[in-house]
Design a protein around this ligand. Structure first.
Ligand SMILES: [Zn+2]
Length: 368
């Protein structure tokens, strides 16, 4: 084959959807029973393109409630397949915690399988899901992810036509197939909105269980929703808390701290974060509250002294109390410390300054 022919055939090969077909399903999620008949499902990440929130499933003989429906239909299908192995009972309720795609883009799967399903979100979350949340994700689907895929394609093409063997071609091919599949999944999502909304609280009586669906204040988003099961003492928090480092991007500092304090007052013995493993005590919750309060206080003082937001971040990252809490939260792991500096200091202090300026509203900011 001439070099030109080889190039052509490789180009044609790259256009074939075979690699997409090869990954039609998402791998089975891991399953953890965190209370009797209460399961935490965690799905595999989408390579470097994203990762799902936790999905919690509460089973009774009369029906099932699912909290958060993953970031793609395929991931939700994988969780639903596991639920069907546990119970023949119908899924009656789906609660979606907030507008971030990784917690609700799989919702259509449950609605399709159970047309009687009631989908529940906070009223502000529904408003955001009905437009702004989808618009927020559009540049990723129109430009960022396709651009990344195009880059991988030319990298792969160069590797294949190279006269000397290039290491890592198989890995590159798998990466490309995964990203193409992910883009196809996200572009095909049928955005499924709530059939029931609430403002403060809603109680569901399902078989022998009492399930409280709660909202306290604007926190990570304007309409964060969490679940509390008072008999089982299980608290399902969504992204209000992530194990180990919560993403403070676009948060509402004062409302978030108030919300976390409300969570801490509940008599929970199992706490499920929005990402990461379940918690058997409130140590991370208390450390995060103490950290955010300390940061808010230091940022207020810094602003009062006339420091700009970057100066305030530097001041806070040098504070002994903040560093002690960082050790509690990250265990001094270097990569986690970097994530801490970005997610819990950079993003949080930016929002504290904006809140002090009075510029926080319910809209989704355009740029991170
Ligand atoms: Zn999330």
């Amino acid at each position: 084959m001439s070099r030109a022919e080889r190039r052509w055939s490789l180009g044609a090969l790259l256009l074939l959807p075979g690699s997409v077909r090869a990954q039609a399903a998402h791998p089975a999620p891991s399953k953890l029973e965190i209370g009797e008949g209460i399961y935490l499902f965690q799905t595999a990440p989408y390579g470097d393109a994203g990762l799902d929130g936790n999905s919690v499933v509460i089973v009774t003989e009369e029906g099932v409630l699912v909290f958060d429906s993953n970031g793609t239909p395929a991931a939700a299908e994988a969780v639903l397949a596991e639920i069907r192995k546990i119970t023949p009972a119908p899924i009656k309720y789906l609660v979606n915690s907030h507008w971030h795609w990784d917690h609700w883009y799989g919702a259509e799967v449950y609605k399709k399988a159970f047309p009687e399903l009631q989908v529940i979100t906070h009223e502000r979350t529904r408003q955001l899901m009905a437009g702004p949340a989808v618009a927020f994700n559009q540049p990723g689907l129109d430009e960022q992810l396709p651009g990344h895929i195009a880059q991988l394609e030319s990298q792969l093409l160069r590797a294949k036509v190279s006269a000397t063997p290039v290491p890592g071609v198989a890995g590159l091919e798998a990466h490309l197939a995964r990203d193409r599949w992910f883009l196809q999944q996200k572009r095909g999502v049928k955005h499924t909105l709530a059939t029931i909304t609430f403002s403060d609280s809603l109680t569901i009586h399902l078989g022998p269980r009492t399930i409280q669906v709660l909202h306290h204040d604007r926190a990570i988003t304007p309409g964060d929703t969490y679940l509390y099961l008072p008999k089982e003492k299980v608290l399902v928090m969504g992204d209000l808390l992530i194990n180990p480092i919560t993403f403070a991007l676009f948060c509402y500092p004062t409302g978030w701290i108030k919300t976390l304090k409300a969570l801490a007052r509940l008599d929970a013995v199992v706490l499920v974060p929005g990402h990461g493993g379940p918690l058997a005590d409130k140590a991370l919750l208390h450390a995060t509250i103490a950290l955010l309060e300390r940061e808010q206080q230091l940022a207020r003082e810094a602003k009062g002294r006339g420091e700009n937001v970057d100066q305030a971040k530097a001041t806070i990252l040098a504070d002994a109390r903040v560093l002690a809490l960082r050790t509690t939260i990250t265990g001094s792991d270097a990569r986690r410390n970097d994530a801490f500096a970005l997610y819990l200091v950079d993003w949080f202090v930016t929002r504290v300054y904006q809140e002090l300026d009075g510029t926080l509203d319910d809209s989704i900011p355009r740029t991170p």
